[in-house]
Design a protein around this ligand. Structure first.
Ligand SMILES: NC(=O)c1ccc[n+]([C@@H]2O[C@H](COP(=O)([O-])OP(=O)(O)OC[C@H]3O[C@@H](n4cnc5c(N)ncnc54)[C@H](O)[C@@H]3O)[C@@H](O)[C@H]2O)c1
Length: 374
C-alpha cells in the first residue's frame, strides 16, 4: 500500500507553484511507494493563494506560516521564499516537528546554513535541500560514468549554470538582484547549489578556490518608473583544486546571469585520460561520451526517458525541467521512506553547508585576489 506524504508549501511563487504541478502529476511515477498530496499553502499574496484554490487536495490557505505549521495534516514542508527569510522559517518548520525540503541556498549565508544544519540535526527531522538537474537522465549517465572508474586519470571537471535574461538592462529589478534579500553571495546563492551538488556527491571537494566575481549593472528599473539598486554579483567563476587520488584536478564552477544566449542552461563535463562525458540541458536528449581507443572519438547518444524513478512516460520521449523537479521530489519522498536504495539523493544539510563554505571562501578570494584554502 502507498504511504501518503502530506505536503505544505510556504512561498507559493515561481517554485511553490512548480511543486504543486509536480504533486498534481505524481501518478506519472510507476509503482512508487509514496503518494504526495498537497494539503496547505502559505503566501502573502492573495492572487497566489487564489491560484492554489484549483488544487482539490488543498484544505488550508493562509498568510501566516505558523498557522500552516500547526496543521496536523502537514507532514513535510517545502519552503520557497526569498533567501533572507530562509533561516527563520526553516527553524520554525523544525520547531513545529515537520520534515523539510528547503529551497537553496539553505540560508542566506554560511552562518545561517550552519544554524539550520544544527537545528536539523537536533530535531531529528528529515531535511534535504533542492537541486533538481542531476535527476535528468543525461546527468545520471554522467554521474554513472564518473563513478565507473573507466575515465582513467581525471583531467578536469566543469559544472555550470548559465542564464542570459539579465543582459537586458531594462529588465526590472527583483529580490534576487538585491543583497538584502538574496545575500552577499549573489548569483552563487541563486545558482550555486545546482553546480556543486554533483561534484560534492562524487567526492570532489575543493581544497582551494580562486574566484572571479562580476557585477555589471548596478541599478535596474524598479517597475514604478524609477531605478533601484542592483547590488548582487551577476557572474561567478570559481577555479578550484580538487584532490583526487593524490593529484589536484582543476574544477571550474560557473554561475552566470550574464551568459550570452543561455536560458537556464545547466551543464556538466568530466574529462579523463581514457574517457569523458558531457551533458547540457541545452540539448536535453544528447549525451556526449568521449572514448580513447585506437582512435579517439566523441559520440552523441540520443537519450530517452530513463529517469531514476520509473514512470509511465514512453521510454523514447524527451525530459524537461518539470520532469527533473518531480524526480527530485520522488528522491526526497523515497529517501524519507527508506526506499532510495542506491539512487542519487537530494542535497544533504552537510553538502549545503559545504557549498556555503565554498561561496564564503570565494568572496574572500575575490576581495583579496588570492586563492583561498578550504
Ligand atoms: N530549484 C530551483 O530550480 C529554483 C528556481 C528558482 C528559485 N529557487 C529558489 O526558490 C526560492 C523562492 O524563489 P522563487 O523564484 O519561487 O521566488 P518568488 O519570488 O517567485 O516566490 C517567493 C514567494 O514567497 C512569498 N513570501 C515572501 N515572504 C513570505 C512569508 N513570510 N510567508 C509566506 N510566503 C512568503 C512571496 O509572496 C512569493 O510569492 C528561493 O530560495 C530561490 O533561490 C529555486
Amino acid at each position: 500500500m502507498q504511504q501518503v506524504m502530506r505536503v505544505g508549501i510556504i512561498g507559493g511563487g515561481l517554485m511553490g507553484r512548480e511543486a504543486a504541478s509536480a504533486f498534481g502529476r505524481w501518478f506519472v511515477l510507476d509503482k512508487f511507494p509514496v503518494r504526495a498530496e498537497l494539503t496547505a499553502v502559505c503566501d502573502l499574496q492573495d492572487t497566489l493563494l487564489e491560484w492554489f484554490r484549483q488544487v482539490p487536495t488543498v484544505k488550508r490557505l493562509t498568510k501566516d506560516h505558523r498557522e500552516l505549521l500547526a496543521d496536523p495534516n502537514v507532514d513535510v514542508v517545502y519552503v520557497a521564499v526569498p533567501h533572507n527569510l530562509h533561516q527563520a522559517i526553516y527553524l520554525d518548520v523544525l520547531k513545529a516537528g515537520k520534515d523539510l525540503l528547503a529551497e537553496k541556498p539553505f540560508g542566506m549565508d554560511l552562518a545561517a546554513a550552519r544554524a539550520i544544519r544544527q537545528a536539523a540535526a537536533a530535531s531529528g527531522r528529515f531535511v534535504r535541500c533542492s537541486s533538481e538537474f542531476p535527476f535528468l537522465p543525461g546527468a545520471q549517465r554522467v554521474i554513472e560514468l564518473a563513478r565507473s572508474g573507466t575515465l582513467g586519470h581525471l583531467l578536469e571537471i566543469r559544472s555550470c549554470f548559465w542564464h542570459a535574461s539579465d543582459l537586458d538592462p531594462t529588465k526590472p529589478v527583483n529580490w534576487k538582484r538585491q543583497v538584502k534579500f538574496c545575500g552577499e553571495i549573489g548569483v552563487m546563492g541563486d545558482l550555486g547549489m545546482h553546480v556543486v551538488h554533483v561534484p560534492l556527491r562524487l567526492g570532489w571537494q575543493p581544497a582551494r578556490v580562486y574566484a572571479q566575481l562580476q557585477k555589471i549593472y548596478t541599478e535596474r528599473p524598479d517597475g514604478k518608473g524609477g531605478m533601484a539598486p542592483c547590488d548582487t554579483w551577476d557572474n561567478a567563476m570559481l577555479h578550484c583544486d580538487v584532490p583526487v587520488n593524490g593529484r589536484d584536478v582543476p574544477m571550474r564552477l560557473e554561475m552566470k546571469r550574464l551568459a550570452p544566449g543561455a536560458t537556464n542552461t545547466w551543464w556538466v563535463e568530466v574529462l579523463g585520460t581514457d574517457g569523458g562525458a558531457r551533458y547540457s540541458t541545452a540539448e536535453p536528449k544528447s549525451l556526449w561520451v568521449f572514448e580513447r581507443k585506437k582512435e579517439q572519438r566523441w559520440t552523441r547518444i540520443d537519450l530517452g526517458f530513463q529517469t531514476p524513478f520509473p514512470t509511465i512516460t514512453g521510454g523514447i520521449f524527451e525530459p524537461g525541467f518539470p520532469d527533473c523537479f518531480l524526480q527530485m521530489w520522488a528522491a526526497y519522498a523515497a529517501e524519507r521512506a527508506g526506499a532510495l536504495g542506491e539512487r542519487f539523493g537530494c542535497v544533504t544539510p552537510d553538502e549545503a553547508v559545504r557549498s556555503h563554505e565554498l561561496f564564503a571562501a570565494a568572496l574572500q578570494s575575490h576581495a583579496t585576489k588570492t586563492a583561498v584554502a578550504l
